[in-house]
Design a binder for this molecule. Structure first.
Ligand SMILES: [Zn+2]
Length: 379
């Protein structure tokens, strides 16, 4: 992503506009209802609205609470908050800033959020954002029943094939499209990894559908990811530029061009505020702040460790880009919940890379090296 053709940047800008118009309308989403279902053991919070809601859900302790930030929403005239129930002991609301409405669910016990879902309308025009608050009492009984050594050792790996649907990513016209290559590779990698019972593997998209960047991250959070690997392919204005590269999250613009692209990709996905930034802002007291900061630093360290393991493994099978370990502010990397990397498999604009990217054998052999790197990382 360091070397850009004008064409590529234009493609991204068009996608950004397209996405803004079609995915999250500029009009505020109207929230008609917030309701609860389920029971004390697993309480589901459901937010009904007339449109997709940009959101971020965070959990905190001391005091135990779940903070739901909803971006660009308004509430219907007859809206009122439901009565607190079960694990929820209180509900608070504030306009966090002009665009962010913050709802805080205060809890009786430490927060355990699962199954964050955005449901498309099944009937009428209602859309739903929902998540479950699982009682620790219930979780502990499940754990007691199910615990076995293998289960405890299992690691959850999220493979994130970039782009999809109306967002094709980069392409070499009429020959290769990034969204197709990365999905093909992700499927191969999932198959390889599935042979190891110690891994649970999920793809952020299983087919050629559009998934927003924030939904990819939310999905990974909901699965309690141990490692998040985003798969992409690159383009360059120079047809000589080739090789694989691996990105981790940067603090600041280490490379202006990469940051520019990351900014465009991020706006595309509507993640206006960074996840890591939010965590730090949400901290209510110095000890929270230190805790989140530590988690962030720890996961960045792990991300970098995995990135270097991966590059040293794949280099026997494919050329690497100069300085293959890079960093930029890509939205899918902006979670402090789990280590994450973004891999550019190669350049569709380079003949050698292009041939590889289209070759099943090459994808298989690179996938094997990913498996080796993942095994080594979790060892
Ligand atoms: Zn991409």
């Amino acid at each position: 992503m360091m070397i850009f053709s004008k064409k590529k940047i234009i493609i991204f800008i068009i996608c950004a506009l397209f996405a803004t118009e079609n995915v999250f309308s500029s009009e505020r989403a109207l929230i008609s209802k917030i309701r609860f279902s389920g029971n004390n053991e697993a309480l589901r919070v459901i937010i009904d609205s007339n449109n997709l809601i940009k959101h971020e859900i965070s959990a905190f302790t001391n005091p135990s609470r779940i903070v739901v930030d909803l971006y660009n929403v308004k509430f219907s005239k007859d809206f009122s908050f439901p009565q607190a129930t079960g694990v929820i002991k209180g509900i608070r609301y504030a306009d966090f800033n002009a665009n962010t409405s913050r709802i805080v669910f205060d809890l009786n016990e430490s927060p355990n959020v699962k199954n964050v879902k955005v449901l498309k309308p099944s009937a009428g025009s209602i859309r739903r954002l929902s998540f479950d608050i699982i009682s620790n009492k219930q979780t502990s009984t499940i754990k007691n029943k199910k615990v076995n050594k293998n289960y405890k050792l299992r690691k959850t790996i999220i493979i994130d094939p970039g782009h999809g649907g109306k967002d094709p990513g980069t392409s070499y016209p009429k020959v290769v499209s990034e969204k197709d290559i990365v999905l093909r590779f992700a499927r191969i990698l999932k198959k390889h990894l599935s042979r190891n019972n110690n891994y649970r593997i999920f793809l952020t998209r299983e087919d050629d559908s559009f998934v927003s960047l924030s939904d990819r991250v939310s999905f990974a959070k909901s699965k309690n990811a141990d490692l998040f690997i985003s798969i992409h392919a690159d383009a360059s204005s120079s047809s000589n530029t080739k090789g694989l590269s691996v990105y981790t999250l940067s603090d600041k613009g280490l490379d202006k061009e990469a940051e520019k692209l990351a900014a465009i990709e991020n706006s595309y996905a509507m993640v206006g505020t960074s996840y890591s930034g939010n965590y730090l802002r949400n901290a209510r007291n110095p000890s929270d702040f230190v805790k989140y900061q530590r988690k962030l630093i720890d996961n960045r360290f792990k991300s970098t460790k995995f990135a270097s393991t991966l590059t040293s493994r794949v280099k026997s099978k494919t050329p690497l880009l100069n300085n293959p370990l890079r960093s930029a502010g890509f939205a899918v990397l902006k979670s402090d919940e789990f280590p994450s990397v973004l891999v550019e498999l190669g350049f569709v604009t380079n003949e050698y890379d292009r041939k590889n990217l289209r070759s099943g054998n090459w994808l298989q052999s690179i996938s094997s090296q990913f498996v080796n790197a993942i095994n080594e990382y979790f060892k």
